[in-house]
Every structure is written in structure tokens, then in C-alpha cells.
Write a protein that binds this ligand. Sequence first.
Ligand code: MSP
Length: 498
Amino acid sequence: MPKFTVTTSISYPNGRPHLGHALEAVQADFLARFHRAKNDSVFFQTGVDVHGLKNQKAAAAAGQDTHDFITGQTEHFLALLSALNVRYDRFIRTDDPEHVQMAQALWRTCEVNGDIYKKTYRAWYNVKQEEFLGSADEVSDPATFGIDVSFIELIEEENYFFAQSKYTEQILTLLKSGEYKVYPEHRAAELIRFLEEKGLQDVSISREKSRLGWGIPVPGDENQVMYVWFDALTNYLTGCAILEGDKIMTNERWPIDLHCVGKDISRFHGLMWPAMLLSAGLTPPSSLLVHGFVLKDGHVMSKTLGNVIVPEEPLEKFGTDALRWFLLRSLPTTDDGDFTMERLAQVYSSDLGNDYGNLVSRVLAMVAKYCKSKVPEGTGGQEIVTETWQKYDQQAEAIQIHDALATAHQLVVYCNRRIQEFQPWDVAKDEARKKELDSFLYEMLEIIRSVTCMFWPAMPATAEKVFSQVFVIDDWWEPLQPGHQLGASVILFPRVEL
Ligand code: MSP
């Protein structure tokens, strides 16, 4: 059985989750479900990244104990995943003892392999991104970095360094050969260009405990804690390996098939993470999806700008599946896209209400009226359905989720057009054309069944409702049997006033 191990990045629970977090979770969930529908052995991991300065500062600003603050915030992330109907297999908190041990074991493995050393240095640090910006000996003015200097701190410490520069060539080969495939292509090109122009610089992977208490202790040095990214990236290993002493034993889920991350953290996943794994003698991931950002009026959402969209409002108003559909179908998978309640309302009433919802209820009403709600005898539809499946599968495999859903949606448009052309209500007046009418309705039902299978990874609850209440079948993948009694009509997407 082919396997599919997929992850989201792990979010900083320093604030409430926003629509960007929702996008990533829903994309990974779509892909996990797409593979589950193919009977692949799927493992889907997500979680929270609890350590680091950013979380520590947020807790202090809230006047709370860091651990309590993180626990409270994590509840909001768990609640969001549940509200979005995201079906993950494992949720990791990076202070889980199992993860702490894994991060320490990975550290020791890299150390034993000669890739960790100590060095005194002065560097600029971006607290917002938890990222080292460069040596303070080379850059004297932090304003040079072009970001809000209030996020930048000067760090002067003796820290441990990870010798990732050693792996520049190997990672270049992985990326160029597609052995580590990055979607979309221009993000792969960006990483390759970075390696070719700059190469990987060794990176500090620890902080003095006196300055950053909130982290995983560095093994063998009680005065230092791990740099949050070394700790956080290891979470992917925690879900796919066990320890025998210090030996990391990966299981059948390894290597990771796909990491889903935003464009701001592509270097950590595209460069540092494979370097860590190569250092430890572990297989790097197979692919990386770098998604776009959800924008508000063309701007990145940020607390400073005060334009953060929380998912609660769209969820309450339009429901889980409508928001999932919007994030997956109306935003381009790997480009930025704007979210507004007005756009969501429009997509809700057009794609979902008028197109799909109406199709299901119209066809069902006709089958009720002309066939006593029993599946009529018929054939047809196979050709267009087979063609559509091929295209849909190919687009979903290529992680063009919005295109795959557009392809499926085309079948809905096709059915609505066919109904207009065929005018079943007229055909029904002519007893001699009963067979033709039956065959037409059978074709419509069969296409709806296939579309609903294609929609399931995007709108699981809606699809499940259609199969249980409309089709009343357990086996979604088998053609409908003539004579089978269908259920009553349902309103899938009731009218919503903005
Ligand atoms: N903790 C790190 C990830 C560590 S993974 C080993 C982190 N956390 S985050 O909370 O800042 O971001 C989590 C994910 O949300 C990232 O992939 C990030 O790109 C994504 N997004 C944050 N804002 C976003 C949007 N506005 N739109 C879409 N996704 C964006 O980075």
C-alpha cells in the first residue's frame, strides 16, 4: 500500500490562530483526504511550536506564566482544527517529553557526526521570525535589514553552531534533481539560486539559558537551550521515529512525503531541515509545498496593522465547508490571494448554492417526481467522468488544489447546462420518451456521485451528507444500482444574508 506522510508547519501559539493558519491546515487536510480516498496509508501531523523568544515574550506581555499561556493558546489552535474538520493523526506540542528527547537525540547525533561546534559571536536576531539576520561585526546598522527594527535584537553570546555549510552541494543536488521536490517550481528556483549565490552559512542553534529560559536544554550543557528552529523542525521526526538510547529508529511513515508551509519559512524547510537530516544520516523529505499568503485588501495580515482575520466569523456565517471551499478553490494554492467576506459570500451563493446545491436538489426532485425516488435504468456519463477524474487526479498530485477543484466543478456546470438543454420536464410529458428520461437522470445521478467523491477532500461534511441522506449508500465508489431507493432532497447551502 503506498504511503503518504504529510505535515503542516507547527504554529507559534503566541496569539490566536488566523486565516493563514486555517489555509495551511485545510490544504494539508485536502491532500491527506485525497490520498485516503485512494486507500494510501496516510499519516497527517500538525501541532504547535511552543518554545522561543516570541512565545516567551507574548506570555510575559499577557502577564502569565509561559507554560500556562501556551496551554491556553494551544486550545484555540485545537479548536480551530476541529471547527475546520481537519482530520489529523497526530498533534505535537514541542514540550511533549517524547519530542524533547527526540530533539536532544538528533542534536547528539549531529554532534557525534562532527557538525556541532561552539563559537562566540555577535549577531542581529529577528524575534518575529525567530531568525538570525547576520553578523553584527559585518552589519552595524540593523535598519539595513529593511524590517521593523523593534523586532531586532543584538545577540552577543557563546553559542553552539550547526555546520550546515557542509551540506550546500548535497542539498543543491537534491533540489536540482527533484529528489526533494519543491512546489511551485519558482520556489525551488529561489532556493537553488540562494544556494548557488550564497551557499549555506553555519547557523547558531542555541541560546544562553540566562537570556532564553524557555526552550529544550542542550544535551550536556545546562547553560544553553536549543534555538527554536532546531527544536521545531525535529517535530517531524518525533511523529515518525522512536529512540533506542540515542539511536533514532524511523518507522514506516518515514521519510516525509510532503511538508506544507508558507513562503516565509521555505528556507528553513528547504535548506536547514534537509541539512539536519543529512548530518544525522536520515532520509530527507520527498517534497515541500510552499503556499501563498491569505491577504486582507492586498496586505499581509498582521497584528501591528490590525487587519488579522480570525476564522470564527466566516465559519459562523457560512459554515466549515464553505470556508474550506473558499480557501482551497478561490485562493490559488501557491500564490497570495485576498480574503473578504463579500468574496466568500459570492462564492458561497454561486459555486456552492446555485451550482452544486441546486443541481443536487433539482436532480433529486426530478427523480422523486418521475421515478418515485428510485435510481432509474441508464448508462452514460462514463466518458466525461473518466476524463475528469484523470485531470483532477493529475492536478491534485501536482498540488494544484484550486485547479483540481475547478476541474470537478466543471462537471457541475456541465450537468446544469445539460439539464437546460435536455429540458427533462418537457421530455417527461411524452410517455414514449420515458427510457430517454430515465437514462438522462441516471447519467446526472452518476455524475453527481463522482463530483461528490471529488469534492469530499475539500468539503467532507457536505459529501458525507450527500452520500448518507441523498444517495443512501455506503460504497461511494460503485455505480448506482437501478431500483435503489434514494433519500429525500436536502438543502446543502441555505441562503445566508451578509
Ligand atoms: N513556528 C513556525 C513554524 C515551525 S515549523 C517547524 C512558524 N509559525 S507561524 O505560526 O508563524 O506560522 C505558521 C504557518 O502559517 C507558516 O507556514 C506560515 O507561513 C503560515 N502563515 C502565517 N501567516 C500566513 C498568511 N497570512 N497566509 C497563509 N499562511 C501564513 O512559522
